[in-house]
Design a protein around this ligand. Structure first.
Ligand SMILES: Nc1ncnc2c1ncn2[C@@H]1O[C@H](COP(=O)(O)OP(=O)(O)O)[C@@H](O)[C@H]1O
Ligand SMILES: [Mg+2]
Length: 273
């Protein structure tokens, strides 16, 4: 596979597990021996708080916001997490102003990609996962333009499913800017086998999206609500190979790599004519 492969985790809806998927898919891949960098692009700092705890611009001389505004490399922003092989670029609260600052920038959708080009350490990673804010904004466009693939966590309920159409339309618009951007699939989250609506949503999406949906699902799990409060991934928090989240994210990571290998082979075949 090419490396690094850059993947945006997107959905304009909040609470569909973008941040949880970024952290725990990242941890699962790292536990499988991959080198993974996760980047927090949401000024709400949920990914940052989940993996390394409180982080403010007072902790840092130079922040992701500064890098984006001045179009600089991100090498000095990378921090380790408690999971070996999993690093993070944290975000500070001032990132809330990023969208407004980007509006007047030349080539405003491609600034993050330009920062990536200037970041030497990116070559050290197999995967880079970008956690996005719950919006369709310039920050999200920058994330997609900088990515090879995107994944869409979607809670297994009626309203989030309806919202997927809006997301699909805006990503389709994005393809004008990034023709090579590919969907790796929708991930059903907050799944509960006992709830009829979950089964209905799953059936509808599998029918409508065909292969563009992961077999692996993330089930409702109360432990997943507490894990971030002590800066633990679901693996460390459950500390059991039979933990519900441990099982779900291990399965998701295996399918993620499988899907990528398939797509990357197609990509290479196309590139070689
Ligand atoms: N498997 C799960 N079951 C139930 N709640 C979960 C699960 N995983 C995470 N949560 C909780 O759901 C909420 C939303 O998740 P989050 O990943 O922050 O969504 P998003 O980033 O899309 O807004 C968080 O408070 C989180 O603790
Ligand atoms: Mg989030």
């Amino acid at each position: 596979m090419r490396s690094p492969i850059i993947i945006s985790v997107v959905n304009h809806k909040g609470g569909c597990l973008k941040t949880t998927v970024t952290a725990n898919l990242g941890a699962a891949l790292a536990r499988a021996g991959k080198r993974v960098l996760v980047i927090d692009l949401d000024a709400q700092q949920n990914l940052t708080a989940s993996l390394i705890g409180p982080y403010t611009s007072e902790n840092a001389q130079f922040t992701l916001y500064d890098a984006l505004i001045d179009e600089l490399g991100l090498d000095n922003l990378i921090l380790p997490t408690s999971t070996a092989g999993l690093d993070i670029i944290p975000v500070t609260e001032e990132f809330a102003g990023a969208d407004l600052s980007l509006v007047s920038a030349v080539g405003r959708e491609g600034i993050l990609k330009s920062c990536f080009r200037k970041t030497k350490a990116l070559a050290d990673y197999d995967f880079i996962l970008l956690d996005n804010p719950p919006s369709i904004s310039l920050v999200v466009m920058n994330s997609l333009v900088a990515s090879d693939y995107f994944i869409v966590p979607c809670s297994a309920e009626y309203l989030p499913m309806v919202g997927l159409t809006l997301l699909a339309n805006s990503v389709e618009q994005m393809r004008k800017l990034v023709p090579n951007l590919q969907s790796l699939g929708v991930i059903l989250t907050m799944f509960s086998r006992n709830e009829r609506i979950c089964r209905q949503v799953e059936n509808t999406l599998r029918r409508e999206l065909a292969g563009n949906i992961f077999d692996a699902k993330i089930r409702v799990n109360t432990k997943a609500k507490s894990a971030p409060s002590v800066q633990k991934t679901i693996f460390d928090y459950e500390n059991s190979s039979k933990g519900r989240g441990t099982e779900d994210f291990t399965e998701l990571a295996a399918e993620f790599v499988e899907r990528l290998e398939e797509r990357e082979n197609q990509f290479l075949m196309a590139a070689n004519g």
